[in-house]
Unconditional design. Sequence first.
Length: 198
Amino acid sequence: MGKDKKTRKFAAVKRMLNPNDGRLKASQDKADFKAKKAAEAAAPRQVNQVPSGMFFAHNTALGPPYHIIVDTNFINFSIRNKIDIMQGMTNCLLAKCVPCILDSVVAELEKLGPKYRIALRMAKDPRFLRLPSKLSKGHYADEDIMKYIEQHRCYIVATCDKELKRKIRKVPGVPIMYISQHKYTVERMVEAFGAPKS
């Protein structure tokens, strides 16, 4: 009779994972994320106070000449659709319009490079009113626009960005201008010619 082997087969030995293994870190990150979400849900949320007169009524601070804050992508889409910004706004609102452009929007256009040189030239038009940035340098133009409309309810925001429109809809009394079917349209402003019929 032969001798039995003293060592077990390799597969029979239970493998131990190294504590620094990536698979363990992923599961630990998931657990941390769930714990963080639970803590956020339990914590009281901060809800910003808004003027109560803005709900269920139109913004009375808006009137001709309308001041319209223009976003980067609104200028780009206007060029693509071959719409003159001044003429398009006047046709939409049937009143005098003053397009306003923030310094952060101009900086964003400058960063985009030579491909957007026509949009930059249009943004530096002397008919556009230049507004200084409310936030320090290095912030996105969207955050700057949000800061402006939260402090002053006398502006219409012209943008084609879905994410920014979603944020603006949470602020009562601020109309949104966007491009639809090759012309400008205003949302949340009943008396405008370009307002969508519901």
